[in-house]
Write a protein that binds this ligand. Structure first.
Ligand code: HEM
Length: 285
């Protein structure tokens, strides 16, 4: 994300600056595509046993190790779907646990068909696609990190400076976001602290966590790196952490897309495609 102006472009009063390198752009869009398939296929795989446990193993009988379940139950007025976390049960009929299938009939299913890939229960197909896109994510991540470390992108643009982390600065940035007051002019040339924390959390914490917990569940990797499963506290714990990391990634994506929309989607998305961002000249300092 060099900050040198590279050309002056119409409309008048607009400066065009180089924003994203080709590797960052390629890695970003490949990552976005991989995420769509990984989340869809992952939810389909999860539906084979929509319950999560802590420890080395977990099955329907291990209620004492279970911390989450998405299921359907019956009662007088008819069946209902629910999510249970610990002792808290929330009714989710129509979306989680019990939803309308392609045939229009209610079906007991963890996540509904519209959220999974394929949209019907097919563990074999979902696993094949999941593992394919997982390797795309891993190789793409290595390309991004390798380039980011060598080019200085991670250090310069993603890791926040110590003074940016001062509580007053972070609170100021949160307040500006709440007012939908996004950086303009000189300030818009680089990521602000909340963006750095969100992007850094994604590329340096959540994506590595989802990858390593995924590898930890692979029997082949258990033979090669037995310490990995031990690190996460067992297969059931690795599966739980994999799911939690996925849920946080989904949360990031929702907020990320909202921010892109609010901050000016055409300029932002064009910059992620062409590499060049337009900045209003009169607001430059
Ligand atoms: C259609 C979906 C998406 C759109 C339109 C989109 C758009 C953008 C835009 C415009 C930026 C640049 C922001 C700026 O320059 O201020 C950006 C950066 C970024 N996006 Fe996305 N994004 C999408 C999906 C995703 C997904 C699924 C992820 C990860 C799960 C993601 C992770 C990131 C990261 C980490 C950056 C910072 C990249 C860097 O500078 O190294 N994005 N995105």
């Amino acid at each position: 994300m060099a900050t040198v102006p590279i050309e002056q472009a119409p409309p008048a009063g607009t400066l065009v600056v180089k924003r994203h390198s080709a590797v960052v752009r390629l890695a970003h869009w490949l990552n976005a595509l991989a995420m769509v398939f990984l989340i869809g296929t992952g939810l389909n795989i999860f539906n084979a046993h929509p319950m999560l446990y802590w420890g080395e193993y977990g099955a329907t009988a291990d209620a004492d190790r279970r911390w989450l379940s998405i299921a359907a139950a019956g009662r007088k007025g008819g069946p209902y779907g629910y999510v249970e976390i610990g002792s808290l049960r929330v009714e989710t009929t129509g979306v989680l646990g019990l939803s309308t299938g392609a045939n229009g009939q209610l079906q007991a299913l963890g996540f509904p068909g519209w959220a999974t890939f394929p949209s019907y229960r097919d563990l074999g197909t979902a696993r094949n696609w999941h593992f394919f896109w997982a390797w795309v994510l891993i190789l793409n991540g290595l390309l991004y990190l390798g380039h980011g470390l060598v080019s200085g992108h991670i250090r310069r643009d993603i890791l926040p400076r110590l003074k940016e982390l001062a509580p007053a600065n972070v609170l100021h940035d949160i307040a500006r976001h709440a007012r939908l007051d996004f950086p303009k002019g000189e300030e818009a040339r680089r990521y602000h602290v909340l963006q750095k924390l969100a992007y850094g959390g994604m590329v340096l914490v959540l994506v590595p966590l989802v990858i390593f917990t995924g590898l930890g569940m692979s029997p082949g990797m258990n033979a090669a790196w037995p310490w990995l499963l031990e690190l996460f506290g067992g297969r059931a714990s690795a599966r739980s952490l994999h799911f939690v990391a996925m849920a946080l990634i989904v949360g990031f994506i929702v907020v990320h897309l909202l921010m892109v929309l609010l901050a000016g989607p055409i300029n932002g998305i064009r910059a992620m495609v062409t590499g060049k961002l337009r900045i209003a000249r009169e607001s430059l300092t």
